[in-house]
Design a protein around this ligand. Structure first.
Ligand code: PLP
Length: 338
């Protein structure tokens, strides 16, 4: 099948671009220095490509992502970089501990107790480094680690996600703010102990020289989106949602890609050489830039999402294409759900 024959809306991945992104990141952070975050793509097929490039430890946002990777026999060391209290999901993780090393983030006595009750053996202390989200205050991290050890748990180290700094565009300012955040993480690590100091994302992947961070949790770099493209990093767009023009007049065209097939929290998607007017439930309305012919009804159009993570989570399968546009594989987006 050719990508122009796919039923739409369809997620299409350019295998060459994907492998280029994975190789560029592996050059900077080889092996275990990168713990790829699978939340960005939710596909064990892409995780297998990352494993083939040398990474066998993965970051996950949900128990389902970990259990799905274990089912797919990809990776051997999984970090749940997220707080989970649900006893059933934690027990399911605990049951899988003989198959792989599973480490669960905790940031409070409550998350510690939930992990302990479920039988989780390894934890990491999630430290707040400035993003108003999860993470314990740095000066309380040591006491939480002591409490976990008193329960017989292995404390593997610390993580701190500086998500508020991903889109800082001035590189000097970003470097200085990332360093301040990582100083907090290093202080917490001194009190916590353990081998792991985990942080980072696609927006800050090259900002850790001179810090104690020893693994980076980037995920979006593999497929990319229009927001991250603004940073001018060496990663290229590797994924699109392909739509079909289903209606048109002499001013605008309409494709069958809309809010139900695109993550929109980072703004409108883009269509090369066209301007996107707006997205509605099932549709995107757009018009050509000057000098570009208007697409005809039935023509396929490539839409670049503004936010990769929620876009991938809306689809069941990714069609993997070679440089001739031939579909060479179908990868289920099998890590969806919680
Ligand atoms: C805990 C955590 N680590 C790392 C990341 C980085 O991911 P990305 O590379 O997509 O920015 C995220 C993204 O939200 C995250 O929540």
């Amino acid at each position: 099948m050719h990508i122009y024959d796919l039923p739409t809306p369809a997620v299409v991945i350019d295998i060459t671009a994907l492998r280029k992104n994975i190789a560029s990141m592996a050059d900077v952070h080889p092996g275990r220095r990168l713990r790829p975050h699978v939340k960005a793509h939710k596909s064990s097929g892409i995780a297998a490509e990352q494993e083939a490039a040398g990474h066998s430890s993965f970051t996950c946002a949900t128990p389902r992502e970990i259990l799905g990777l274990i089912d797919a026999h990809v990776g051997n060391d999984f970090l749940l970089a997220n707080e989970v209290l649900d006893p059933h999901r934690l027990s399911a993780l605990a049951e899988a501990q003989d198959e792989a090393l599973i480490t669960v983030a905790i940031d409070s006595p409550e998350t510690l107790a939930a992990a302990h009750r479920a039988g989780i053996r390894s934890v990491i202390i999630d430290v707040n480094v400035g993003l108003p989200r999860c993470g314990i205050a740095p000066d309380k991290a040591g006491a939480l680690a002591d409490a976990a050890r008193a329960n017989g748990m292995d404390v593997r180290g610390v993580m701190g996600y500086e998500g508020h700094l991903m889109m800082v565009t001035d590189r000097d300012e970003k470097k200085s703010r990332v360093h301040d955040a990582m100083t907090l993480l290093a202080q917490a690590h001194q009190a916590v102990g353990g081998d792991i100091v985990s942080a980072g994302g696609t927006g800050t992947y090259d900002m850790f020289a001179g810090t104690t961070v020893n693994e980076v949790q980037a995920g979006s770099y593999a497929l990319m989106d229009t927001q991250y493209a603004e940073l001018g990093h060496p990663f290229v767009q590797a994924m699109w949602v392909v739509g079909t023009v289903v209606s048109k007049n002499d001013k605008w065209s309409v494709i069958d890609v809309g809010l139900k097939s695109l993550g929109m929290d980072h703004g409108n998607p883009t269509i090369k050489d066209h301007s996107v007017w707006f997205c509605s439930d099932e549709h995107t309305t757009f018009s050509p830039s000057e000098g570009t012919p208007q697409p005809i009804i039935g023509e396929r159009v490539f839409v670049t999402p503004s936010h990769i993570d929620p876009t991938m989570a809306m689809h069941e399968v990714a069609y993997v294409a070679n440089e001739y546009g031939e579909v060479i594989a179908q990868w289920p987006i099998d890590l969806r759900g919680w």
